[in-house]
Design a protein around this ligand. Structure first.
Ligand code: FHN
Length: 459
């Protein structure tokens, strides 16, 4: 409901702006077009470097990542939008960091949990829409080192641990800022929170935001990339994307730019991401764009219903649901970035831990059908999906009720088929109109019957 109202706020605001634009003078219209044009060119003539192209492949091979929303908002246990949802003033929100002291934060445990879950990368909020830097930033004192009793930089500690344990670290960075007065003119999610009615947009982008991005790309070793969010708050603004994207690619050519702007990918962006939907679906209401066939794809979702720690949210997805979601993502040629919101004391709640461990256990048996694969040759459906790697097609049957299972024609000859469950052979017949597999009915706790088809080499 809360989520709905947020998007409603956004939708209502953009509808109003749209109506206003239609009535506005042609000249105003031209300005909007020019601004949108600037963003749509983003980093024009961008040629990804060889390191970047390699990083894209590795990203696609990784398939499963841990999303972490963690900030001073977690103190209130009411999600990461609490500043906005309770319409707090800046002065009121400024008190929150005083209570953020995550004495039990242990990067080793976090990274070990991601690994136990079979996750290959971590994407953590370096700052969310409250603009609060969860890292040691010299650009402003609105950061964890200067404003909290904790006084340390958890991203530094986490980055070191990720490097030690061989996990890639990405930084989520909110372009939207509810705290900085220079985020002006304000966007669709704004409310009167005590900021002055003036501000310098150019200063916000070129000094503040790019300054912090420079810090994130220079002080934490090689990072996987930057995961942007919040442009949807001011879709018509000039976000100086060309400048920002060029800065990132110059500082770390292999770092991937992953924008969650819900628009078509723009030049300079390296991954297309989808929030709470698989690529091509739109159950969330804002995933209306077409799916890129050039860029790696990612889909993010929550383990319960919240991004930031929410003490009242117990809508945990079961391990079976999570496994199914991962399989569907892989079959749609996408990664799954699964979110947890750690508690303000730095611990990850047990409901998340046990579920992630269960997914990791499943992956220890079925990982070959997920990691390093790409979407398979058969269109995903209610029944399931396919993934493929080298001369293997993995048929992931998620729903079936009959002992015979038919799939559409496959170009190459199938030379062998077996069940991944126990390596037992699967009888099959291949004809020009399809392949029929003999698959015994599922066991009661079976999430995914994976049949591995080995193909003859094509000549
Ligand atoms: O508003 C945010 C939300 O808090 C969360 O960070 C998600 C993650 O994809 N993105 C935004 C909504 O699009």
């Amino acid at each position: 409901m809360m989520r709905f109202s947020r998007y409603f706020v956004r939708t209502a605001a953009s509808t109003w702006r749209f109506a206003a634009k239609r009535c506005a003078l042609a000249v105003a219209f031209l300005i909007v077009v020019t601004f949108a044009g600037r963003n749509s060119h983003a980093q024009a003539n961008y040629q990804p470097s060889p390191e970047n192209l390699k990083a894209r492949q590795e990203f696609q091979n990784a398939k499963f990542g841990m999303f972490i929303h963690w900030g001073v908002y977690s103190v209130l246990g009411s999600g990461e939008w609490v500043f906005h949802d309770r319409a707090l003033t800046v002065d009121e929100y400024n008190r929150l960091p005083l209570f953020f002291d995550p004495e039990n934060f242990d990067a080793k445990t976090w990274v070990a949990l991601a690994k136990a879950a079979g996750m290959k990368y971590i994407t953590i909020t370096s700052r969310h829409h409250d603009g609060f830097a969860m890292f040691d930033s010299k650009v402003s004192d609105w950061n964890i080192v200067q404003r909290t009793p904790y006084k340390k930089d958890p991203l530094k500690i986490l980055a070191a641990e990720c490097h030690r344990q061989g996990i890639k670290l990405f930084f989520y960075y909110s372009q939207l800022d509810w705290h900085n007065p220079d985020y002006y003119p304000r966007g669709a999610t704004s409310w009167d929170n005590g900021r002055p009615n003036r501000g310098d947009w150019n200063l916000y982008l070129d000094n503040y935001m790019d300054g912090q991005l420079r810090e994130l790309l220079t002080n934490y070793g090689p990072i996987g990339g930057i995961w942007f969010d919040g442009m949807w708050d001011k879709p018509d603004a000039d976000w100086h994307l060309a400048k920002t994207y060029a800065l990132i690619h110059e500082l770390q050519p292999a770092a991937l730019i992953i924008p969650n702007h819900h628009q078509r990918p723009k030049p300079g962006e390296d991954v297309q991401t989808f929030e709470r939907d698989l690529p091509g679906q739109n159950t969330a209401g804002f995933n209306t764009t077409s799916v890129s066939n050039q860029l790696p794809l990612e889909s993010c979702d929550t383990l319960n219903g919240s991004w930031g720690f929410n003490i009242a949210d117990s809508k945990y997805k079961s391990p079976a649901e999570l496994e199914r979601r991962l399989v569907q993502a892989a079959g749609n040629n996408s990664n799954l970035l699964l979110n947890i919101g750690p508690m303000p004391n730095g611990e990850i709640q047990p409901e998340f831990v046990t579920r992630l461990q269960a997914v990791g256990e499943w992956l220890s048996n079925y990982g070959d059908s997920i990691y390093g694969t790409r979407g398979g040759p058969i269109a995903p459906g209610e029944w399931g999906v396919t993934t493929q790697k080298d001369n293997k097609i993995y048929v992931h049957i998620l729903s079936w009720r009959a002992p015979l299972f038919a799939i559409p024609p496959i170009a190459n000859k199938v030379v062998e088929a077996h069940s991944m469950l126990d390596a037992s052979p699967v009888e099959f017949t291949q004809k020009s109109d399809g392949v029929v597999l003999k698959v015994p009915l599922p066991k009661s706790d079976e999430v995914d019957r994976v049949v591995v088809l080995t193909l003859a080499a094509s000549h």
